[in-house]
Design a binder for this molecule. Structure first.
Ligand code: FAD
Length: 732
């Protein structure tokens, strides 16, 4: 067996089925590291797209969750746009990060619509979109819904009367019963039976060459992505990569190509989802055989494949045609029923994959521990250990970053350290996220990040795999540091002594020591600076802990995880400059009285740290203690987080964090140190329970939390991105 790095480029139908096979039968999976690279974390099943447009299905019904599929098959996932292959160097070029190395590559990137049509005038081009990529055209068609209900909307034209064009035109008729629809066809198109259906459904057939007015959807046939030909791979007339009958690219035994982007030179078949699906098994078997040093086997696809084309509606009844080569049968309702059964069965293959993320220890199923910042020790254990080691009292209340020294020119130097076991299987993005997370301690202190050192633990895998993981991680770290003007100035690597997980990228552990400086006259923001009358503001939403926890059980919606990752990967360094500028507008001292970042202990844990540190300070000055009132319903939360919390999902660190609920208990004066104010939420309701959980949800790359005067708070809340979440007042 050889442990090569296998890269699956594109999450098309074939790769999705290959991944499913390896999730179901892990022993078949090639032994080396495998990575899927796709533009999005999901893929759409094209066979059901017309049904989606016609209102038979929801987008969720036709979506394959690639993140979940890769998790379950022990494969890494990189969300990136591929721009080329360097077959001689074994590199795949992607946008925004270093090329990705492979030893074996399988291409399943589908096709693009042919968009060079002379029928389109520039005016109409602005209002037109190609059916592929599907994600973009579907979003555009949704926007067109508002036009369809106008009294006299411009006619909508589908350009191209192949099977897809006819099917889409009929689906749009069902979607927009009253809108003027037309289908532009080449002479002789489409088949008589389909023409009849178009007429019956009031879809006007128009010839090519007419001046078109109104929006147009191009269903003009497909071509393989141009970068395949530009990569010097052997391609046919429409850019499809030519392969042998083993699916290996001609002249490149380490490269495979299937689906719309590949064509077997000796057995060419038209681009269609059917062939992409049928190629999955021979592709998987040949990838498996090559990894075991066995010769790949030839695959001889049958001459024709049955296609079921849906869409004609008579009354409430839907029908479909069966197409076999040049033969068209139908339309008939039972063909539609048959098509629905086949399509739904295909999607069920992915939807019904078992939740395999529970590990069994001593016969009992337990949840896999959460990663990222949720892998931290709970506050109580940490504090007790610090006390035991004699560190708690000497330091008073730990700030986010430690003060090191003041330089000769009056700049304060600060330092912090943070890190965690890999949150995600993409080493580049994981490096970026860990760096953002570590830097956030310095940002919360008001400091600019100037340099960092990294300690990176790599999984025990062959050296060249470690090299690739390290190179990607280091680039991800730099992508977060460089825009801040900060440099990675050193570090160390270690090799883990436990067994590498699958994918091995999840065995990475990145820790960064970050150094920062405070500009002259810029005070070191501390947790202990709360003042009576202050307003509390958060820079962005929380809820990442539960989203990642539930994702391990396949319960997080892919788009919610995508949105969370996008927020987490966004630097908060740019927030500092406007906050500092506030100080120059006549405030006698720092306009930001206290600041922290919300991470492992959750919002409540970090609020309690702020309150406790500030009250120690108040006591020292002989001032009465402070208390906080939190407007819980105003706390910004990531999409999907509340729903998961309300249904009982939680991070594995949440039970430890729930100890902070004690701060909500009323004291001797009948007032709680931290009071939660609810406006519309009924106590005891699911939403109430969800909000209580939200405030103890551990965060990776969480928001900044600041306290400032109400005047400054109004300014910040108006200009954004700050959200007003509570106030500070005196307890007595
Ligand atoms: C409206 C419509 C209906 C159709 N209905 C049918 C049908 O009923 N039956 C049928 O057999 N065929 C049908 N087809 C044809 C079908 O869409 C394609 O043949 C099929 O999707 C090809 O599958 P694939 O696995 O090659 O790639 P795809 O399913 O297209 O998947 C390719 C994947 O690669 C990703 N990708 C592409 N480029 C990049 C890049 N540069 N970087 C990273 N990722 C990338 C994409 O995001 C996508 O996830 C239909 C087509 C259309 C437009």
């Amino acid at each position: 067996m050889t442990a090569e790095q296998l890269v699956l480029a594109g999450g098309g139908h074939s790769h999705a089925l290959v991944l499913r096979r390896w999730a179901m039968h892990p022993k078949l999976r090639p032994p080396g590291p495998i990575t899927l690279i796709n533009r999005q974390s999901t893929a759409l099943y094209s066979g059901m797209v017309p049904g989606l447009l016609a209102g038979h299905y929801t987008q969720n019904d036709i979506t394959i969750d690639l993140r979940r599929l890769t998790d379950q098959s022990g494969v890494g996932l990189v969300i990136a746009d591929i721009t080329g292959v360097d077959a001689s160097q074994h590199l795949l070029r992607v946008i925004g990060r270093p090329p990705i190395k492979f030893e074996r590559l399988s291409l399943n990137v589908g096709s693009e619509s042919i968009t060079t049509t002379s029928d389109l005038q520039s005016k109409e081009v602005e209002q037109s979109i190609a059916i592929k990529p599907l994600e973009e055209s579907l979003a555009w068609l949704e926007q067109q819904d508002s036009q369809a209900v106008l009294a006299n909307p411009a006619p909508f034209t589908v350009i191209g009367a192949g099977l897809a064009g006819v099917e889409i035109a009929l689906a749009l008729r069902r979607r927009w019963p009253k809108r003027q629809l037309q289908l532009q066809a080449n002479p002789g198109q489409p088949d008589q039976a389909l023409r009849k259906a178009l007429r019956a459904n009031k879809v006007k057939l128009i010839p090519t060459g007419l001046q078109l007015v109104g929006p147009c959807l191009l269903c003009t046939g497909s071509q393989a992505p141009a970068w395949l030909a530009a990569s010097d791979l052997p391609v046919d007339r429409v850019g499809r990569v030519m392969t042998k009958d083993t699916l290996q690219v001609i002249g490149h035994p380490d490269l495979f190509a299937v689906g719309d982007c590949g064509v077997i030179k000796t057995a060419p078949r038209p681009p269609s989802g059917v062939w992409a699906v049928k190629a999955a098994k021979p592709l998987a078997e040949n990838l498996e055989r090559c990894s075991r040093n066995l010769p790949p086997r030839a695959w001889r696809p049958q001459r024709h494949a049955l296609q079921l084309i849906g869409g004609q509606t008579s009354g409430e009844m839907s029908t479909a045609w069966a197409v076999w080569g040049n033969l068209i049968v139908g339309p008939h309702p039972w063909l539609w029923n048959w098509k629905q059964i086949i399509d739904r069965r295909f999607m069920a293959l992915f939807k019904k994959l078992s939740t395999m993320n529970r590990v069994v220890e001593d016969g009992n199923a337990t949840l896999i521990a959460c990663r990222g910042c949720a892998a931290k020790l709970g506050a109580q254990s940490l504090n007790l250990a610090l006390q035991q080691a004699g560190l708690k009292d000497t330091n008073g209340h730990a700030e986010d970053a430690a003060f090191i020294t003041t330089t000769a020119n009056g700049q304060s130097l600060l330092q912090s350290v943070d890190g965690f076991p890999a949150l995600i299987s993409d080493p580049w993005l994981n490096g970026r996220l860990t760096t953002m997370h570590a830097c956030s301690d310095l940002w919360a202190s008001g400091a600019d990040v100037i340099s960092a050192q990294a300690v990176i633990t790599l999984p025990a895998v062959p050296a060249h795999h470690q090299q690739e993981l390290l190179a990607q991680t280091l680039d991800g770290i730099q992508s977060a540091l460089k825009p801040q003007g900060a440099a990675l100035i050193g570090g160390h690597t270690l090799e883990a002594r436990n067994l590498a997980p699958k994918p091995s990228s999840l065995g990475m552990q990145v820790t960064l020591c970050v150094n920062g400086s405070l500009p002259m006259d810029q005070p070191h923001w501390q947790k202990s600076g709360l003042q009576a009358g202050d307003v509390l503001l958060m820079s962005r939403a929380i809820g990442s802990g539960v989203l990642f926890a539930a994702a391990m059980e396949g319960k997080t919606q892919p788009q919610d995880l995508d949105a969370a990752l996008e927020q987490m990967a966004t630097s908060q360094a740019p927030l500092l400059t406007p906050l500092r500028a506030l100080g120059k507008k006549g405030e006698p001292s720092s306009p930001i009285h206290a600041c922290t970042d919300i991470t492992g202990f959750g919002l409540l844990g970090h609020l309690s740290e702020m309150l406790s540190a500030s009250n120690t300070h108040q006591q020292g000055l002989g001032l009465p203690p402070l208390r906080l009132t939190i407007d819980v319903e105003a706390i910004p939360h990531l999409a999907g987080a509340m729903q998961l919390l309300e249904t009982g999902f939680a991070s594995t660190l949440a039970p430890e964090n729930r100890r902070a609920w004690q701060w909500l208990d009323p004291g001797a004066n009948g007032k709680a140190p931290i009071e939660l104010k609810f406006k519309d939420v009924v106590p005891g309701s699911a939403e109430h329970r969800g909000l209580l959980e939200l405030i103890v949800d551990p965060q990776t790359c969480g928001p900044l939390l600041i306290a400032c005067s109400s005047r400054i708070a109004s300014e910040l809340a108006t200009n954004g991105p700050w959200h007003r979440v509570g106030i500070v007042d005196v307890s007595e």
